[in-house]
Ligand binder design. Structure first.
Ligand SMILES: Nc1nc2c(c(=O)[nH]1)N[C@H]1C(S)=C(S)[C@@H](COP(=O)(O)OP(=O)(O)OC[C@H]3O[C@@H](n4cnc5c(=O)[nH]c(N)nc54)[C@H](O)[C@@H]3O)O[C@H]1N2
Ligand SMILES: Nc1nc2c(c(=O)[nH]1)N[C@H]1C(S)=C(S)[C@@H](COP(=O)(O)OP(=O)(O)OC[C@H]3O[C@@H](n4cnc5c(=O)[nH]c(N)nc54)[C@H](O)[C@@H]3O)O[C@H]1N2
Ligand code: SF4
Ligand SMILES: [Mo]
Length: 683
C-alpha cells in the first residue's frame, strides 16, 4: 500500500507548527511533526498530533442546505449561490448596503479573507466586516499600533530562547501555546528567570521561578507599581528613553499616583515581591514580555496593552534580537486575517478606510465606489441584527458559542431576514441560518496562513473535500461573480500577488518564495529576506510613545448577590467552540464534559465534592456544570472553559466593551454558585 506524506500547517493555534499528513486511499490517517519546520522543529502539541481526526468525521457538511421550517433540505450549488446573491442584493436595495454584515475568519487563509472583505466592501459599499480578532487581540492591534506603530508581535518565537528574563502576563501558554512554552522552557534551562503574573496557578505558573497571583483585572496597578519602582531606583534606560521615545514626562507624573504600597493593596501582592520582579526585569540584559487574553479581554484591555508597552520602553527592552513584546496571537491565521483587511476600519495592510487617499487607491484598484465610513464590529453587528443589520454572511465563526452574553446574541441572530453560514460542520450558529454552505477544511485547500511571528506559510492541499463541499476560495469567487463583481481568480497565488501590489509591507510575498520556511513581514520586495524582529533602529511610527494607561477596575466586582469572580478561558485538549476538537476521539477522551474549577475552601463551605453538579449564575443567566475542586483558582474565584455547548460559559459573561478596541470583558464578571441537588433541575 502506498502512503503519501504531505507537509502542511496546523489548523489550530497561531504558533503555526509544521505538520506532515499521512494519506492512504484518499484519507488522512495520521499526523506527524515536521522536523524541518522553522518554528516547531519536529515538535507538536496534542492538538497538532490529532489534527487529522476531525477531517473525515461523518458530521462534515457535504451539500448546501436551505432552511425549510425547522429543518434543512439539500439544494444544488447553482440554487444556493443564486439564492445568496439574490437575497443579499434585494436586502441591500431595500435597506442599503450598511444593512449587510460579514464575519470573515481567522481560521481561513489570507487569500480567502482578502476575497471576503473585498466582496463585502465592493458589492454592498459597506465596511461591515470583522471577525474573532475583535474578541481576542483587538486591544493589541489598537494599543501597540499607537505606541510603536505596529500591532504585531515584535520578535520571533526563537528569540525567546535568548532572553534573560521572561515576564508572562495573562497567558496560559502551557495549554494554549504549548510549542512556544517549549521555547520558554529552553530559555529557563539556559538560565532565564521566568515570572508569571496570573490570578490562576496555571501549569505555566507552577513551573515559573516567581508567580504573582494578582487579583483579577489589576494588571495596570501592578505594572504601574513596577514602573514606579524602576523610576525611583534609577533602573530606567535613560538613553533609550531620550533617543527613541516620547511622552515620558507625562508617564512619570502619572506613576506618582501608584506608590508600591497602594499597588500591593489593590493587586493582593506583597510590595517586596513587586519590587523584586521590577528589578529582575529592568536589570536583565535582554527581557521579553509574553502576554495573551488575561491582558486583552478586559474593559480596560487597550490600557493594559499601553501599560505593557510602557514597561518595555522604560527599560529599552524592545527593538533588539532577544528583547521584545510578545502578544501570542490565538488562531492559526488571526494575524493574517487582520493583515489582509478583515476589520471594519481598515483595508488590507491597516490602511484606514476613512483616509481619502487610501479610499481612492482601493477604488482605483477594485473599480468600484467604496464607503469611507468605518463599519461595525462583531459585537455591534450581532447587537444590531434584526435592527440596522438585516442580513449576515458568516464564514468560519461560531458566535452562538463564542460571543459574550450569548443568550442575547442568539435572540438577535434569530431576527435576521437572511443569514448565510459557511462552515465545515452544522454549528450552533448554522442552526439559525437560512442558507448553509459546506466548506473545505485546512487539509482540503491551498493558501497561506500568517502565524504569530508574522510568518506567511503555505497551506497545502492534502486530500479532496467530502461530497459537494467546496473551498471557501471557490465559494467566494462564485458568489462574487453572481453579485456582478469580476473575481477572475483561479488560484490563491494570484490573490497573493494582488495583495502584494496593494500592501507595501507584503510586496515581496509570492507563493513560490514560501516553499521552504515561509517569510516574515515586513517583506517589501521579492529580494527581501523578511524581518525577524521589528523596530530595530526606529519604531514603525518613528518614536516609541508612552501613553498613560487609565485604570478601570473590573466592571463587575463580587457583592452580596454575586459573591464570586468568574473567569473564562481554555484548556489544553479543546479548542474554542469545540467543533473540531470535540469531534476528535483522542482529544475528546481527554475531556468529555464541561466543568468549572472552584477552590477547595469554597467547595467545602457548600458541601460540594469534586464532580458534583453546580449551577453558576450571573446577571445574564445560568449554566449547570461539574465542579472541579482545585486550588489552581484562588478562594472566591471560579474558572470555566468556554468550549462546551451544553454548558455555555458565554451565557454568563459580561458584554461590556473596552471603549477603544471594543473587546468584551470575558475575563471577569461577578457570579454566584450553588450545589445542584436534583439532577433534573437547571438543564
Ligand atoms: N488548547 C487551546 N489552545 C488555544 C486555544 C484554545 O481554544 N484551546 N485558542 C487560541 C486562541 S484564539 C487564543 S486567543 C489563545 C489564548 O490563550 P491564553 O490567553 O493563554 O488563554 P486563556 O485561557 O483565555 O487565558 C489566559 C490566562 O489569563 C489569565 N487571566 C485571567 N484574568 C487575568 C487578569 O486579570 N490578569 C492576568 N494577568 N491574567 C489573567 C487566566 O487565568 C489564564 O491563565 O489560545 C490559543 N490556543
Ligand atoms: N467566554 C469566553 N469567550 C471567548 C473567549 C474567552 O476567552 N472566553 N475567547 C475569544 C477568542 S480569543 C476567540 S479567538 C473566539 C473564537 O471564536 P470563534 O472563531 O467563533 O470560534 P471557533 O470555534 O474557532 O470557530 C471557527 C469555526 O470555523 C469552522 N471552520 C474551521 N475551519 C474552517 C474552514 O477552513 N472553512 C470554514 N468555512 N469553516 C471552518 C469551525 O467548524 C468553527 O465553527 O472566542 C472568543 N470567545
Ligand atoms: S502549538 Fe498550536 S500550532 Fe503547534 S501543534 Fe499545537 S495547536 Fe498546532
Ligand atoms: Mo483568540
Amino acid at each position: 500500500m502506498n502512503d503519501d506524506f504531505v507537509r502542511t500547517i496546523c489548523p489550530y493555534c497561531g504558533t503555526g507548527c509544521g505538520l506532515i499528513m499521512k494519506v492512504r486511499n484518499g484519507k488522512v490517517v495520521g499526523t506527524y511533526p515536521d522536523r524541518e519546520h522553522p518554528v516547531s522543529h519536529g515538535t507538536l502539541c496534542i492538538k497538532g498530533w490529532c489534527a487529522h481526526e476531525f477531517i473525515h468525521h461523518p458530521d462534515r457538511l457535504t451539500s448546501p442546505l436551505i432552511r425549510k421550517g425547522d429543518s434543512f433540505e439539500e439544494i444544488s450549488w447553482e440554487e444556493a449561490i443564486a439564492l445568496a446573491a439574490g437575497r443579499l442584493t434585494e436586502i441591500a436595495r431595500i435597506h442599503g448596503g450598511d444593512a449587510i454584515g460579514g464575519l470573515c475568519s481567522a481560521k481561513c487563509t489570507n487569500e480567502e479573507n482578502y476575497l471576503f472583505q473585498k466582496l463585502i466592501r465592493m458589492a454592498f459599499k459597506t465596511n461591515n466586516v470583522d471577525h474573532c480578532a475583535r474578541l481576542c487581540h483587538a486591544p493589541t492591534a489598537a494599543g501597540l499600533a499607537r505606541t510603536t506603530g505596529s500591532g504585531a508581535m515584535t520578535n520571533s518565537i526563537s528569540d525567546l530562547a535568548g532572553a534573560e528574563c521572561i515576564l508572562i502576563i495573562g497567558s496560559n501558554a502551557a495549554e494554549s501555546h504549548p510549542v512556544i512554552m517549549g521555547e520558554i522552557y529552553r530559555a529557563a534551562d539556559r538560565g532565564a528567570t521566568v515570572i508569571v503574573i496570573d490570578p490562576r496557578e496555571t501549569a505555566v505558573a507552577q513551573n515559573a521561578h516567581l508567580h504573582l497571583r494578582i487579583n483579577p483585572g489589576t494588571d495596570i496597578p501592578l505594572l504601574s507599581g513596577m514602573m514606579r519602582h524602576i523610576v525611583d531606583t534609577g533602573l530606567l534606560n535613560t538613553r533609550f528613553i531620550e533617543e527613541r521615545t516620547e511622552g515620558f514626562p507625562e508617564l512619570k507624573t502619572y506613576l506618582e499616583s501608584w506608590p508600591v504600597e497602594k499597588v500591593a493593596a489593590e493587586c493582593g501582592i506583597e510590595g517586596t515581591l513587586i519590587k523584586k520582579v521590577a528589578e529582575i526585569y529592568a536589570k536583565a540584559k535582554d527581557a521579553a514580555i509574553v502576554y495573551c487574553m488575561g491582558i486583552t479581554q478586559h474593559a480596560c484591555g487597550t490600557a493594559n496593552v499601553f501599560a505593557i508597552s510602557n514597561l518595555a520602553l522604560l527599560c529599552g527592552h524592545v527593538g533588539k534580537e532577544f528583547s521584545g513584546i510578545y502578544p501570542l496571537r490565538g488562531q492559526n491565521n488571526v494575524q493574517g486575517s487582520c493583515d489582509v483587511g478583515g476589520l471594519p476600519n481598515v483595508y488590507p495592510g491597516y490602511q484606514s478606510v476613512s483616509d481619502p487617499k487610501v479610499q481612492d487607491k482601493f477604488q482605483q484598484a477594485w473599480g468600484r465606489e467604496l464607503s469611507a465610513k468605518p463599519g461595525l464590529t462583531v459585537t455591534e453587528m450581532i447587537g444590531a441584527a434584526g435592527k440596522n443589520i438585516r442580513a449576515m454572511y458568516i464564514m468560519a465563526e461560531n458566535p452562538a458559542i463564542s460571543d459574550p452574553d450569548v443568550n442575547h446574541a442568539l435572540e438577535s441572530l434569530g431576527k435576521l431576514d437572511f443569514l448565510i453560514v459557511q462552515d465545515i460542520f452544522l454549528t450552533e450558529t448554522a442552526r439559525f441560518a437560512h442558507l448553509i454552505l459546506p466548506a473545505t477544511c485546512f487539509a482540503e485547500k491551498t493558501g497561506t496562513y500568517t502565524n504569530t511571528e508574522r510568518r506567511f506559510q503555505l497551506l497545502r492541499k492534502v486530500i479532496d473535500p467530502p461530497g459537494q463541499a467546496k473551498g471557501d476560495f471557490e465559494i467566494l469567487c462564485l458568489l462574487a461573480n453572481a453579485l456582478g463583481l469580476n473575481f477572475p481568480y483561479t488560484h490563491p497565488g494570484e490573490v497573493m500577488e494582488e495583495i502584494a501590489l496593494l500592501v507595501p509591507a507584503y510586496g515581496g510575498i509570492r507563493f513560490d518564495r514560501l516553499e521552504r520556511a515561509g517569510l516574515q513581514w515586513p517583506c517589501p520586495d521579492v529580494h527581501h529576506p523578511g524581518t525577524r524582529f521589528l523596530h530595530k533602529d526606529r519604531f514603525t511610527r518613528g518614536r516609541g510613545l508612552f501613553i498613560i494607561p487609565e485604570y478601570t477596575p473590573p466592571c463587575e466586582r463580587p457583592d452580596e448577590d454575586y459573591p464570586f469572580y468568574l473567569g473564562t478561558g481554555r484548556m489544553f485538549a479543546h479548542y474554542h467552540t469545540g467543533t473540531m476538537t470535540r469531534r476528535s476521539p483522542f482529544l475528546n477522551r481527554e475531556q468529555e464534559e464541561p466543568y468549572a474549577e472552584i477552590h477547595p475552601d469554597d467547595a467545602s463551605r457548600m458541601a460540594v465534592k469534586d464532580g458534583d453538579r453546580i449551577r453558576i449564575t450571573t446577571r445574564r443567566g445560568s449554566i449547570v456544570t461539574a465542579a472541579r475542586v482545585s486550588s489552581k483558582v484562588s478562594r472566591g474565584c471560579i474558572f470555566a472553559p468556554f468550549h462546551f455547548t451544553e454548558a455555555r460559559a458565554n451565557i454568563l459573561t459580561n458584554p461590556v466593551l473596552d471603549p477603544i478596541s471594543k473587546i468584551p470583558e470575558f475575563k471577569v464578571c461577578a457570579a454566584k454558585m450553588e450545589k445542584v441537588t436534583n439532577e433534573g433541575e437547571g438543564r
